[in-house]
Design a protein around this ligand. Sequence first.
Ligand SMILES: Nc1ncnc2c1ncn2[C@@H]1O[C@H](COP(=O)(O)OP(=O)(O)OP(=O)(O)O)[C@@H](O)[C@H]1O
Length: 612
Amino acid sequence: EEEEVKHSLLSFFTKLSNNNGPLDSITGWNLTSDPCKDRWKGIICDKRALSVKKIFLDGLNFSGTFDAATLCTAKSLVASLTVVSLNDNNIRGENLEEIENCRQLEILYIRGNQFSGSLPNSLPRLINLKRLYISNNNFSGSLPDLARLSGLTEFLAQNNQLSGAIPNFDFANFGVFNVSYNHFKGPIPRGGARFPVSSYINNPELCGDPLPNCPIPLAASALPSAPGTQKSNGGISRNQILMFSGYFLLGLALLILIILRLLRKREKIKEEKIEAVNNVAAVDGGFKKPNFNSKDDKLDEIKSEISDVSGESGVFSSSLVVLPCSDVNELRFENLFKAPAELLGRGRHGSLYKVICEDQAMPLAVKRIQGWIMSGNDFMRRMQRLDQVKHPNVLPAIAFYCSRQEKLFVYEYQKNGSLSKLLHGTQRGKAFDWSSRLSIAATIAEALAFMHQQLHNDGIAHGNLKSSNILLNKNMEPCISEYGLMVVGNQSLSVNGFQAKEETEDGGFKADIYGFGVILLELLTGKMVQNNGMDLARWVVSVVREEWTVEVFDKALIQEGASEERMVNLLQIAVKCVDRSPEARPGMKQIARMLNTIKGEEEERSMDASEP
Ligand SMILES: Nc1ncnc2c1ncn2[C@@H]1O[C@H](COP(=O)(O)OP(=O)(O)OP(=O)(O)O)[C@@H](O)[C@H]1O
């Protein structure tokens, strides 16, 4: 039997590698060794090293064929094989119908290959299948009835040529689902609206929630009219009359709503004027008063955008507050708005502009947040408190502005970009080695622990911690930016793994821990974050649970020879930070301590290595 398994694996690999290429360079795959005991590359066996459980050959440049007939023949192999993962190669398919013989298969990942033609009709007979990734191939034709697979929880099929209807999946079971960029048509089955539009886009004939409604089929209007819907003498049926009166009433209601909104807007502008005057009064004690005399109405992009919302420019000028210890020359509101501004990003919570003021030595970054509901006095108190707590690795605001509808925050522009850019930007590939990553993680942890400790009683957490908010200063040291710009009970409740239902006093702080955990995962995996890091966290946790821990790490780190032991230690901290339950997440002080221990060990090792 063992021989049979070996033969079957070897012929499978030979076909995968097209009789050349990687197979030659992958040592150990031969008839004289044992796939489990001799740990063939890409093979994972059960704990007693008796049977092959998983085949994991992602990104190895295979350009041959996936022959399901060779893989799924040896009896003892098909009885134990649960995972086949061949993502990101250049493989085509052969005898795919035979896949049904690999009946224990739970995971089939063949994303990012050259598969074409129809999906095997036998797929729904893989009754243990839980995850199927076939995205970024050239599969065409309609999907087999995958809805029969009651255990299927993840299905990624984007970027193929698939057509026909989406099977009637029980979406309640799904954690991940994407069929975008295909040719699917017809209505999205019930429950499909659980997933965002991006899971369905670019299927021109697909319709229904969350996409626009499906057109009413023409056939229905061509049907003979039922009794009671007879046309009247004038040619219009009773139903049509009812429908038109419905439209008329709806139109009327809309008109009334618009008038009401306009009236309310006028009222708000009035209130805002009053509040702005109050704001100026409130800042006398703690802050430098702005030097202002603007009545200019030739404002640039930001100003006009803001004016759209407020309708009045002078109101804003009066409440720009410049913080005392900032390094800027007299910062005047009118100069800020006259200066050329470049939109750097429009995030979930606001927009960020780079502004170059003539009278300032350095460019500024201006963050604009809308819809933050907080009274002028509370806001001023918050900013005053934030200004009292300083840490060299937390970027302070230089100035801010507050109105009822929006807040502006002015920072020094950091030309070295963010941690997110460093990890995922065009510079990716430039050495960003393990010890630098570890050092950045430890520095952020210390800074965040300090801020949490100082501001705990004030209830001011960061609220939106993520790698794009970790900026690199001129010495390439990490600085936490935008601390305290999101408020618990407001925007932050739905972000960073912190759901409204879990609201507690410590909510914002626990959300920061989650955000920090996601940053650690980004540093370890090199992977991009989507969906507030929940996808990355879920993926890492599932891989770790499947005992593939090493597979999560960034290939650059593995190639560099980074210490697996310390990476695993860091991963363990990250996994604790992204625990679904906020109470189970450790505190920042404890995290900083653990990180410093790992960093200390790393430094000791490099000192040992450099000693003669
Ligand atoms: N002071 C700064 N100097 C230089 N770049 C900055 C500065 N602050 C932010 N950035 C960068 O500008 C880009 C846009 O910032 P923005 O804050 O709008 O994005 P975001 O953090 O993804 O969104 P949000 O905070 O609304 O969730 C990001 O890449 C960010 O790293």
